[in-house]
Design a protein around this ligand. Structure first.
Ligand code: PLP
Length: 248
């Protein structure tokens, strides 16, 4: 992009980000919550490293990505361009296939989409290997993706399986259970869905009091998620604009 385009894009993102932050604060106020309890995680999938750089310059320090190899390529480009490595946390929020685990553990600080024992074991082994090889220093923080759906194709562990998976992750040496994530079913009432999620979270917190993260809410439903205790809203469209439509 030319210099004038860069400035136009920067202005566009800056005003969108300001609007989303205002929305988030209003939602917290309406829910009687402290805005400091809720992290805004910009979702940068489909958008270039130059947009990540703009968000970084606007103060963002964590980003959500969902696809490989797009994420690996973009993160390498962002690091080369900005010189920033440690000050940014990268979140893998999308469905994770086991054949992508090895590349994802090279960049992900947190995975939001852990939904099976098999995936937990693959991540644990890969993080262990990366630590042994010196390509990664710490364990991997994970959230269990909870399905509030009857459609298993959309990902997530069924509510009935959450406790067993949480126990399994807690016993995995290279994983740290930080909480839960969910995406409400299509065409559902988000208040009803996030209400159910809050009940699941209360159950998990009894056995895992440090698993306090609740990753819930996106562009269309962040107010409902905040009403039900979200501590991390993942927002793409409202910050960066519409993505091309593809099936993920
Ligand atoms: C893409 C994506 C988002 C962002 O959704 P928007 O509606 O664009 O805000 C949030 N969470 C997950 C898991 C995603 O894949």
């Amino acid at each position: 992009m030319g210099r004038r385009d860069d400035t136009a894009r920067r202005d566009e993102i800056a005003s969108a980000l300001t609007a989303v932050r205002a929305r988030l604060e209003a939602a917290c106020r309406d829910a009687g919550r402290d805005p400091a309890e809720v992290t805004l995680l910009p979702v940068t999938k489909f958008f270039p490293a130059s947009d990540v750089r703009i968000l970084y310059d606007l103060g963002c320090r964590g980003f959500g990505e969902s696809r490989e190899p797009e994420a690996s390529t973009k993160i390498a480009e962002f690091r080369a361009d900005s010189g920033v490595v440690d000050a940014v946390l990268w979140h893998m929020i999308g469905r994770l296939q086991r054949n992508k685990v090895k590349s994802v553990v090279r960049w992900a600080d947190m995975v939001h989409s852990l939904d099976s024992v098999r995936l937990a074991d693959a991540l644990d082994a890969s993080v262990g290997a990366a630590r042994d090889a010196g390509t990664r220093s710490g364990p991997l923080e994970v959230l269990l993706q909870v399905s509030l759906d009857t459609d298993p194709a959309r990902g997530g562990v069924a509510v009935a399986g959450v406790d067993a998976l949480a126990a399994h992750v807690a016993a995995s040496p290279n994983l740290v259970l930080r909480g839960l994530m969910s995406v409400p079913p299509l065409d559902s009432d988000p208040d009803e869905a996030f209400g159910r999620l809050a009940v699941v979270q209360a159950g998990v917190l009894r056995d895992h009091p440090d698993a306090t993260v609740l990753s819930a809410g996106m562009t269309g439903d962040l107010e409902a998620a905040i009403r039900h205790g979200s501590t991390c809203v993942r927002v793409g469209t409202a910050i960066l604009g519409r993505r091309p439509i593809i099936s993920e």
